[in-house]
Design a binder for this molecule. Structure first.
Ligand SMILES: NC(=O)c1ccc[n+]([C@@H]2O[C@H](COP(=O)([O-])OP(=O)(O)OC[C@H]3O[C@@H](n4cnc5c(N)ncnc54)[C@H](O)[C@@H]3O)[C@@H](O)[C@H]2O)c1
Length: 262
């Protein structure tokens, strides 16, 4: 049995993840963590009334001896300290929270090596998003003019999404740096052309009703290609999280991207 703690369990992703861990017969939920929780035990919540799992609201309360994997769906401002805490205690972090800076990721990689502890940061646990990133990287070799549109629910804190940023990074690995559009273009409304990642434009849409969606648009001479993926339900991320929890114990470094575990 893999002993799992879910950080951010009161949130949208945390709630879906908590249910998945409880239902998976290979996993044992040994604790849940959320500084905003008011409960002491998960059985105070109606849908978990038959369980007996401690709720932690401070990291100092966490029984680190009883935890193999730390699943994190929290917030951009807390994920770094959480991942660091997990690694320092030789707990493997499986991080879905987006918004880590490149410097923070580099620091976490160093700590993972020092502590010989495996971990994963996955900007997207959905198989359709992982495939979209791979297909987009392949297409960019032939069609280097590309713009990314990502669409999310309006409670999302970070922009652009981790998936959009990762798509742009993967494309940048294979295409020559290129400034797109007219070199003379001017924005009459600030932000009209979106964010710039190595000459590629990324546009972030925030609307109620959406979950997580992305389109990568390629333009060529007289032709265009659009690759799109939609995550309609948070359950779509769970098979990726399950794979990560099962496999991460075999590693002793921090991996970036679910594709490295599949
Ligand atoms: N990688 C993926 O596949 C994927 C998919 C969906 C969402 N996400 C990301 O997951 C994160 C969470 O999304 P959400 O929609 O569930 O957010 P949410 O706001 O619904 O939930 C976040 C939860 O984290 C808790 N929290 C805040 N600080 C904390 C801390 N220090 N430690 C533990 N918990 C803390 C909050 O109280 C809240 O309950 C976001 O960064 C989002 O972009 C990733």
């Amino acid at each position: 049995m893999i002993k799992v703690l879910v950080a951010g369990f009161k949130g949208r992703m945390g709630n879906t993840t908590t249910k998945m861990v409880i239902q998976n017969t290979d996993f044992e939920l040994t604790g849940v963590y959320d500084p905003n929780a008011t409960e002491k035990n998960i059985n105070e919540i109606l849908e978990f009334k038959n369980m007996d799992i401690p709720v932690y609201t401070k990291t100092s309360e966490i029984n680190t001896e009883n935890t193999d994997v730390w699943i994190d769906f929290t917030s951009p401002s807390s994920v770094y300290e959480n991942a660091k805490f997990a690694l320092m205690n030789k707990i493997s972090p499986v991080i879905g929270t987006t918004g880590l800076t490149s410097e923070q990721v580099d620091n976490l990689k160093k700590i993972a090596i020092e502590k010989t502890t495996g971990g994963l940061i996955a900007p997207n646990f959905g198989i359709s998003a992982v495939l979209l990133m791979q297909f987009a990287q392949h297409a960019a070799k032939y069609l280097p003019d590309v713009e990314i549109i990502e669409m999310h629910h309006d409670n999302k804190l970070d922009a652009p999404s981790g998936t959009a940023l990762n798509t742009a990074k993967m494309i940048a690995e294979v295409r020559k740096q290129k400034i797109q559009g007219n070199p003379e273009e001017k924005e009459s409304l600030l932000g009209a052309r979106g964010a710039d990642y190595e000459g590629m434009r990324i546009h972030s849409v925030r609307l109620p009703g959406y979950v997580a969606h992305e389109q990568v648009l390629f333009g060529g001479k007289g032709e265009a290609l659009t690759i799109r993926q939609d995550s309609f339900d948070r359950i779509s991320f769970m098979s990726g999280v399950e794979v990560a929890v099962k496999k991460i114990g075999a590693y002793n470094e921090l991996l970036i991207g679910l594709e490295n575990l599949l």
